[in-house]
Design a protein around this ligand. Structure first.
Ligand SMILES: C[S@@+](CC[C@H](N)C(=O)[O-])C[C@H]1O[C@@H](n2cnc3c(N)ncnc32)[C@H](O)[C@@H]1O
Length: 786
């Protein structure tokens, strides 16, 4: 390295000789040319020759105009379908998938609950033993409270197993006759819990008929027969033999039972679920019987069947025919306890952006530079397949007047769980399409809700929750008045169902202050609402401030996250290229900072070019009715799972992602980075750039392709521009490799739940997600350079 990079000032290592040797070995690997970094290095070395004239190209800001002549004008091009905004559509789709899974789990639970309760009652009908009454009641109670949904059906098996085990002990101590039939029935039931097919096949009338244990055995045998014809018959017969022989030999029977109980426990352990019981004393060692036993037959059944465990992977039980197209969302397991109380803050109203630091620099970053061929590009962007991300020029428009056209008021919303509770209580006898039902919740119900809570605004007495009953009553009343019998009938049905299910909490939650359309006739499509004003920070200053805040927060209990800042990103197709600043609306702002998030928003906050300046404007994406809350998609990402889970979304839309912050996680996104861009790769690239200390024509082209231009790079030393080009090349390399990794990762996840997967759509999603990674890498690079 020393001989290759002779301009570098090398410092003697403080490592011990062994460590040094290790490092030297790793460095040698790079030099051997086995990795990506050295390939890049080789390419680069071949390109660097003859680029001396570019030395110091960006050394001075005044060189910028010259730079533009040879810089990446017009280099920036992305395929249209890779629009970064699509990534939130992908996220919505994933959220829908998750909700679909949860809904199915929920339905499955209900089915299972019904089956188990019926079966327990049937068994108890023929029981003479009071011993079982409290035990069965406890299990029923747990079923109804959803306990087994949270703890998994293995815990139901455990409860049944414990009950049978105790029964045997009890039987041993007293002389209350033979519990054989009833215990066998319970064991049968527990074993059935491993197989959803057994439940559905035995639902309803079939289950009613089956109240004798021997018929249960033979029906097991039938099922077994389906799965494994030959052995099934043989083993099924053994079941029956074992059962019939039990009368003759209580001892043999006990052994059978013990073995069955033991197997039950083993199945739980094998499936990785917890067994909360203490040791039942029936270990495998107790078993002395031959292979041909009741439990063998059953365990075959269980091992062949889908798991029925509602935790974790338990959602495997979904029918393969189910498609993602099911439009009904479900977020049943959203924990309401984690709702973050909204921060109520006051702000000073401002009428323009206020730059906090580096005023001239920030102004430059906010200045529009249209590419010379703007009109052609605009045309080809409109018609063609390419996304050139050129500035969106808009005329100045007057913002909507607060207190007149819009109202800042207390707003409430519902989480996906409540959304589905409401869907569940909509009466079946009112013929409504799925779309009608969503419209009822998302428009009628939410608008009426926000009308009812309006008076809380500024009252200093605002509840965190608000009941939905008066909201539905009001809708009913006005439907009756206007002769809308269908809506009135639906409200009536819903109110009746709410009364009959008092255990459910039909409430809305407070989101803090929001903004509601107050204009008669509403707003039109692509209508301008307001600029998102605030204090403007260059990246470096923003992060400095964030570090300060974190430092203070670390020393205090209060870690409330801030959600009042937004990034203003220059379009990559601007002539001077990409860059960004932060707009913080925490203290100095306008009502745009009150606008809440929705996963199905009626507005978007976008960067537009108005009078030569970039600004963030809130524009409608569809017509908005009077009384409707104004929302946009925050498109915000967090790397913290806690923060993601705490930010429960109350937008109430059927495509709600569950949280108003997207969770980036690690997933497959880091894979290529880890493999090809480790610390040594990065250092190697940096050393090469330092050594070259010059910018090649190819560097300019590659930077231009990434949308990086003089706005970001002007004034940077040559080695840093060259290094940036190296990084950009890696980012493009990663962009090529990543879709495959993401695709593999997503498929692994989804295969657990679905058999019917649309590969094309998965590949598309992987491309969109990889494009999202590219954009976020460029963002990070920009912060770092700043
Ligand atoms: C930009 S502020 C919106 C204005 C805020 N409600 C206020 O009173 O100033 C973002 C905050 O509003 C609340 N919020 C916005 N959208 C929400 C949503 N969809 N669900 C739940 N809370 C939301 C959250 O407390 C979030 O931190």
């Amino acid at each position: 390295m020393k001989s290759r990079f002779h301009h570098i000032k090398w410092i003697k290592s403080s490592l011990n000789p062994e460590e040094s040797l290790q490092k030297i070995k790793s460095l040698k690997q790079i030099d051997d040319g086995n990795d990506y970094a050295s390939k890049v290095a080789r390419n680069l070395t071949s390109q660097l020759g003859g680029s001396d004239e570019l030395d110091g190209y960006f050394a001075d800001i005044s060189n910028r105009e010259n730079a533009n002549l040879s810089f990446g004008q017009g280099f920036y091009k992305r395929s249209k379908w890779l629009d970064a905004r699509k990534s939130s559509a992908v996220l919505s789709k994933d959220a829908q998938l998750r909700r679909l899974m949860q809904r199915k789990a929920e339905n499955s639970y209900r089915k299972m609950e019904e089956f188990v309760i019926n079966r327990l009652r049937e068994i108890m009908k023929s029981s003479r033993f009071d011993f079982f009454i409290p035990k069965v009641a406890k299990i029923e109670g747990r079923l109804k409270s959803g306990y087994y949904a949270r703890h998994g059906f293995s815990s139901l098996k455990n409860d049944i197993r414990s009950m049978c085990r105790d029964a045997l002990r009890y039987k041993g101590r007293s002389d209350l006759g033979d519990m054989k039939q009833i215990v066998v029935s319970f064991i049968q039931l527990a074993k059935r819990l491993g197989n959803p097919r057994l439940i559905s096949e035995r639902d309803g009338a079939a289950a009613q008929k089956d109240n004798s244990d021997t018929s249960q055995y033979s029906s097991d045998a039938k099922l077994k027969k389906k799965q494994n014809k030959t052995t099934g018959e043989r083993r099924g017969a053994n079941w029956a033999t074992a059962s019939a022989g039990a009368d003759a030999s209580s001892r043999a029977f006990d052994r059978e039972i013990k073995r069955s109980l033991s197997k039950l426990k083993k199945m739980d352990v094998d499936s990785g679920s917890e067994t909360s019981d203490d040791d039942d004393g029936y270990s495998e060692g107790d078993e002395t019987e031959s292979e041909t036993t009741v439990s063998d037959t059953e365990s075959d059944l269980d091992s062949n069947s889908a798991a029925w465990d509602l935790r974790g992977n338990g959602m495997k039980l979904f029918e393969s025919g189910d498609s993602v197209g099911d439009d009904r969302g479900w977020g049943a397991r959203m924990t309401k306890a984690s709702l973050v109380p909204p921060v109520t803050r006051k702000y000073e109203v401002i009428e323009k952006y206020l730059i906090v630091a580096d005023e001239e620099e920030v102004q430059r970053k906010m200045r529009v530079a249209l590419p010379d061929d703007y009109s052609e590009k605009l045309l080809s962007q409109k018609n063609g397949t390419e996304n050139l991300e050129i500035p969106e020029v808009k005329d100045y428009q007057r913002r909507k007047v607060p207190g007149d056209e819009v109202l800042e008021q207390e707003v409430y919303g519902i989480d996906p769980y409540t959304h589905n509770l409401l869907r569940d209580i909509m009466p079946a006898d009112v013929s409504l399409s799925s779309a009608d039902k969503h419209t009822f919740i998302e428009e009628l119900l939410l608008n009426t809700l926000n009308k009812q809570v309006r008076d809380f605004t500024g009252s200093g007495n605002t509840p965190m929750v608000y009941p939905l009953k008066p909201v539905i009553e009001e809708i009913q009343k006005s439907a009756e008045e206007s002769g809308d019998r269908r809506t009135a009938k639906m409200c009536l049905g819903m109110l009746k169902a709410m009364r009959s299910r008092p255990e459910h909490n039909y409430v809305a939650y407070r989101k803090g202050l929001g903004v509601v359309c107050n204009k008669k006739g509403g707003f039109g499509m692509d209508d301008f609402v307001i600029e998102f004003f605030g204090e403007v920070y260059p990246s470096w200053r923003w992060y400095e401030k964030q570090d300060g805040i974190k430092h203070i927060q670390n020393n205090s209990e209060d870690q409330a996250p801030e959600f009042y800042n937004i990034m203003l990103e220059r379009p990559k197709g601007d002539r001077d290229g990409y860059d960004l600043v932060f707009v913080d609306a925490m203290h100095k702002a306008n009502y745009a900072s009150r606008i809440c998030h929705s996963c199905n928003p009626n507005c978007e906050a976008k960067v537009t070019a108005v009078d030569g300046q970039y600004q963030i404007g809130v524009y409608t994406v569809r017509p908005i009715a009077e009384g409707e809350e104004i929302t946009f998609d925050y498109n915000s990402v967090t790397e913290s799972k806690e923060e993601h889970e705490a930010s429960v979304c109350l937008c109430g839309s059927q495509v709600c992602r569950g949280s108003y912050l997207n969770f980036s996680g690690e997933g497959a996104f880091e894979k290529v980075l880890m493999e090809f861009h480790g610390v040594l790769d990065r250092h190697s690239l940096l050393l090469q750039a330092c050594e070259a200390n010059t910018v090649s024509q190819q560097d300019l082209i590659d930077l231009g392709r990434a949308g990086l231009g003089t706005c970001l790079l002007a004034g940077l030393p040559g080695w840093l521009v060259a290094y940036t080009a190296q990084l950009v090349r890696f980012i493009f390399f990663e962009r090529q490799k990543l879709p495959n990794e993401i695709f593999k990762h997503n498929m692994e996840e989804k295969r657990q739940f679905f058999t019917d997967i649309n590969m094309d759509s998965e590949r598309n999603d992987a491309e969109v997600q990889a494009e999202g990674v590219l954009n976020s890498r460029l963002q990070h690079l920009t912060h770092t350079l700043d």
